[in-house]
Design a protein around this ligand. Structure first.
Ligand code: IVH
Length: 682
């Protein structure tokens, strides 16, 4: 937007920015679902601050002036459902800059305060996670608290207690009586993808990036659910401490973190001047990509706590520290087209087709546009120059439109009211963001169901790639998934790119999938809310599709892990005449797997739940899980009162503590192996 000129324009812009920032704060802090990048947010904040200073230099009319005297200006993540906890020291925000010169100005200000150019700084990574404050009394963890409004946060201890490496006790004799250790919770990309895959299978909306998912997990109302998601933690900071002078410098405190063997930041440099600090920042930008946690900058702080006290803080941030933010790589490119994709559930998703551009190491030619509302809100039009970035997201996003470069003749994008594949009118259910094609025979939906059916997490059929699916549906060889099992080698031979050998391979893979386990077929049906874990639970309980089809709501909800919503969705699936005919077709074609009972051993572990933790030497945890399931038992990832055995190998941490607290029987590896040999003795 071009800069506002007149006083009136400036005031209007100021009000607009205030409203926008309020909206983005709500999305970021409370809903953990921001829809703009940090960089765009920072730009807006800065523009607001500048305009505010220009229009009201003395701060006489500032909306937040009164609040700021008592409450730090750091947003507020607190929710009614949690208990509040007052921080011993407020959790402030940091001033940040993207500019080298501004970093040196920060140093100049401190030089003026202290009358010396001999200031010792420390440099460490700025972790892009979810802020957490851990309070220890006499070395024992008492509470884990979110930032909240900076003064009071929500107690979320139960949601993060399962984190491997989260120190529950600080060892040694030099532990202060009371200490707040500050850190960040984060989630790996791998875990993020695993959870989103599960959600996709259950037709649930996907999380945009690992940070949002970590924030959402920390604030889950059910700690059991939180335990199903792997969170991680890294610690760097000191809040309140008694006795107050226990540490005199940040480097001493960092050394204590290392001595206590808690997860501390990997990069920590103590430097004698700002010049060396800058060199460290540059070095860190190179090294940070190798760290296990996401970083978006460097934090530069004075080393001495006495100097922290002397420099003091503004309402928002300390004067003794600054964050230098690394640029998120962004590129400008042209939006050539907006195409609509129809998924297996009928959801119509808009995708940006871009002039290819190099971004953070890969060539990007597509970007997500989320849904119709998102396009309207950002007023994204075909032909626009747009800014794309990858940031924490895996799929590139269109951040904003470069309005100054908008072609004169451009027109707003109108979301079609009919399915781009089969022309059926699209519908939108109340509360849903996506428009859907309601026609189950829509060719794009059929292709989506076929791809899903054959995917690795479902029937795992080799040689059934994208191009094959496309041809099978376009040539009317497959109208529903069961038709796959009617395909002949001759038909496959006629597919483009196929010869006799490749056709035989495809038909063999399809035939072999008839022997896949029951849970895989159950998953492959795509029943709403039923992912792999639920499919396994259902297979174990009912052992065949026909038995599951007859199961009542009561029977379904009595199974551990199946709630009412899922049970209802299962009932609806099996009551649908189209699905009944599909299942009959599968059965007539010989696709009717049953859960085999091992005749020699039977299933002596039915009703027994095992949790595996630490490392095993004789087999991987996955193999151990399969052995448990083959004997009728269940392998779970979290310890509860219902756990029958915890199998604890070397390195077992919080799960072992918890099992001991709950009185769950603990087996070491050799005891577990003995039990596998003689399962009846369990
Ligand atoms: S020091 C009094 N150091 O970034 C200021 N913060 O935007 C204390 N953060 O509130 C903050 N890495 O949640 C500090 N190495 C680091 C950090 C870090 C991430 C977070 C923290 C802070 C926020 C400020």
């Amino acid at each position: 937007m071009s800069s506002p000129q007149s006083e009136k324009e400036k005031t209007a812009r100021l009000q607009q920015l205030r409203a926008e920032i309020k909206h983005h704060d709500e999305l970021y802090y409370r809903q953990a679902q921001p829809d703009i990048s940090d960089q765009v947010y920072d730009q807006k904040k800065r523009e607001l601050d500048d305009l505010q200073t220009e229009l009201d230099p003395l701060g006489l009319f500032s909306e937040t002036q009164n609040q700021q005297a008592t409450k730090p200006d750091v947003g507020d993540d607190r929710l009614d459902a949690f208990t509040s906890h007052r921080h011993l020291q407020p959790m402030l925000s940091l001033d940040n800059t993207y500019d080298e010169q501004e970093f040196f100005e920060f140093d100049q200000r401190l030089q003026r305060i202290f009358g010396t150019d001999n200031l010792t700084y420390v440099v460490e990574p700025k972790i892009d996670g979810v802020a957490i404050s851990l309070t220890y009394q006499k070395g024992r963890l008492i509470t884990a608290t979110t930032r909240g409004n900076g003064v009071e946060g929500d107690i979320v201890t139960q949601n993060i207690l399962h984190i491997e490496g989260l120190p529950q006790v600080l060892p040694g004799s030099s532990v202060p009586d009371l200490i707040e250790i500050r850190g960040e919770i984060f989630m790996s990309h791998q875990e993020f993808e695993r959870i989103n895959e599960e959600r996709e299978k259950k037709n649930l909306p996907l999380y945009a990036n690992p940070r949002n998912l970590a924030a959402g997990t920390v604030k889950l109302l059910d700690p059991k659910e939180a335990r199903q998601r792997k969170l991680e933690i890294v610690l760097y900071g000191l809040g309140g401490c008694q006795p107050v002078n226990h540490f005199s410098t940040l480097s001493e405190f960092h050394q204590a973190l290392l001595d206590w063997e808690v997860p501390a930041v990997e990069y920590f440099r103590k430097v004698p001047h700002a010049k060396e600090a800058w060199q460290s920042i540059v070095e860190l930008d190179e090294l940070r990509h190798g760290y296990g946690y996401p970083t978006d900058g460097a934090v530069i702080k004075l080393d001495s706590f006495a100097q922290h006290t002397e420099a003091g803080s503004t309402s928002k941030s300390p004067r003794w520290a600054i964050a230098y933010k690394f640029e998120t790589e962004r590129q400008e490119t042209t939006l050539e087209d907006i195409r609509l994709q129809v998924g297996r559930t009928g959801a119509v998703t808009p995708v940006a087709w871009l002039t290819p551009v190099q971004l953070a190491g890969t060539q990007v030619s597509r970007a997500s546009l989320h849904n119709a509302d998102e396009i309207a809100r950002k007023d994204i039009r075909i032909g626009d120059r747009v800014i794309v970035e990858k940031a924490g997201e895996i799929i590139p996003q269109v951040v904003e439109v470069v309005l100054s470069k908008r072609p004169a003749q451009s027109i707003p994008f109108t979301f079609p009211d009919s399915c781009p594949s089969c022309t059926t009118s699209v519908v939108r259910e109340a509360g849903e963001a996506a428009w859907k094609c309601p026609n189950p025979d829509c060719p794009e939906q059929v292709k989506g169901r076929l791809r899903y059916f054959a995917s690795r997490g479902c029937m795992d059929i080799d040689h059934l790639g994208e191009a094959v699916v496309e041809q099978l549906v376009e040539q009317n060889l497959v109208a529903r998934t069961s038709d796959l099992y009617r395909l002949t080698t001759e038909q496959a031979c006629n597919l483009e790119g196929f010869a006799e050998k490749s056709a035989e391979n495809l038909i063999r893979s399809i035939a072999q999938s008839k022997d896949q386990e029951l849970w895989r077929l159950l998953c492959a049906l795509g029943i709403k809310h039923v992912g792999a874990a639920a499919a396994k639970d259902l297979a174990r309980s009912f052992r065949s599709l026909s038995k599951l089809a007859e199961a009542s709501m009561e029977q379904l909800v009595s199974i551990d892990g199946i709630g009412e919503i899922m049970a209802l969705s299962i009932r609806q699936y099996f009551e649908d005449p189209g699905n009944q005919s599909l299942l009959a077709d599968f059965a007539s074609l010989g696709v009717s797997p049953e859960l085999e009972i091992n005749e020699s051993t039977g299933t002596p572990w039915v009703g027994k739940t095992f949790v595996l933790t630490g490392s095993l030497t004789a087999m991987t945890r996955d193999e151990a899980g399969s052995r448990i399931e083959a004997l009728g038992g269940k392998s779970s990832s979290s310890v509860s009162k219902r756990t029958t055995f915890l199998v604890a190998g070397p390195g077992a941490g919080s799960k072992l503590d918890k099992a001991q607290k709950l009185g769950v029987s603990v087996l070491d590896e050799s005891a577990f192996l003995a039990l596998l040999e003689n399962p009846e003795s369990a």
